[in-house]
Design a protein around this ligand. Sequence first.
Ligand SMILES: [Zn+2]
Length: 86
Amino acid sequence: MENQFFREEEEKRLGEIVRTALSVEPSVPSRSSCPDPEVIRALAFNVEMDAATIKKITLHIAECYDCSMLTDKYVQEYRKQQQDES
Ligand SMILES: [Zn+2]
């Protein structure tokens, strides 16, 4: 019960990431500056990190098709894990 608010915030945040990711145009790859997949995973798994890093990665995901796909994959992994734990 008391986790309800947090869960809603969490869903909202992940939704933002996925929505941003899915609006990406595949025609603009920027592989050279891709962050470490572990960092993308950490973002999707809601690991605590500084706001500047989150902003930088989110902006990159918004313009990188590969990373947006990766984010989507990790977010789904995270959700599955949450379901398995509960
Ligand atoms: Zn990328």
